[in-house]
Design a protein around this ligand. Structure first.
Ligand code: SAH
Length: 225
């Protein structure tokens, strides 16, 4: 699978791509990622990529021509062009699986107030939001998408990072996890996990996953008043 990411801050993204699961996937050539500087596609003086909004108002807007040039020089026969946007379709594990089926993704990172609407209408296949909040750019959202998809590529995760047990992989949440020490501030590890009875442990874990999926709402741990 190949992914091109178009951004005005390529260095930030390149650093993140070097570490952990993503770094390994790229090194092992299970995934090819190219980070493109939007300014390289600008034909304006000083490699300008943004301008004031028509109609007035504060902030800048990414201009269509550099974005169009980037997309047109990157797309191939079966490319899907994704724009990160808080107005997009909410990103979730199922969408990640759909992206995984694609040969080539081109992900555009917005900045400032956003991008010229004509680019969205003419060149973007799918707008993707990572949640109902506003970030300053599409760089973090693009990394969220890329890392989620990369984890699904066969061979990317090693045995210790079991994909099938991840939350959302089968409609369940992962069971509660415990590691050393045995006691933390009076809180103990559930006895069953120390019993050595693997059959019962497996049963406990699978019950936990079911219970969490049924009863735990996503904000159960939100203790902020
Ligand atoms: N004025 C815009 C927000 C601009 S934020 C609006 O109200 O819709 C600047 C850029 O950051 C966006 O173009 C987008 O690429 C990115 N961005 C910000 N929040 C995001 C989110 N929740 N999901 C995906 N991309 C986001």
């Amino acid at each position: 699978m190949k992914i091109d990411i178009v951004t005005i801050f390529p260095e930030v993204i390149k650093t993140y791509l070097e570490i952990g699961v993503l770094g390994r996937a790229i090194q092992q050539k299970l995934l090819e990622i190219n980070v493109r500087n939007l300014r390289d596609y600008s034909e304006y003086p000083h490699r300008q990529v943004d301008d004031y909004p028509y109609g007035g108002g504060a902030g800048m807007v990414l201009m269509a021509p550099p974005l169009i040039k980037a997309v047109e020089s990157l797309v191939e026969n079966n490319s899907v062009v994704i724009l990160t946007s808080p107005q997009g379709c909410k990103f979730h594990q199922k969408l990640a699986r759909q992206f995984l089926q694609q040969e080539h993704l081109v992900i555009i990172c917005g900045r400032y107030r956003g991008v010229d609407q004509r680019f969205i209408e003419g060149w973007v296949d799918q707008q993707v939001s990572i949640g109902d909040y506003i970030l300053s750019g599409g760089e973090l959202p693009s990394m969220v998408v890329v890392e989620t998809v990369a984890r699904l590529i066969p061979g990317v995760l090693n045995n210790s990072e079991n994909l099938d047990l991840d939350s959302f992989s089968n409609g369940l949440f992962e069971e509660d996890l415990y590691t050393r020490p045995r006691e933390v501030d009076g809180r103990k590890v559930p006895d069953i996990l120390l019993s050595g009875n693997h059959k019962q442990i497996e049963q406990w874990r699978s019950e936990q996953r079911e219970i969490k999926a049924k009863e735990l709402k996503k904000n159960i741990n939100n203790k902020i008043k």
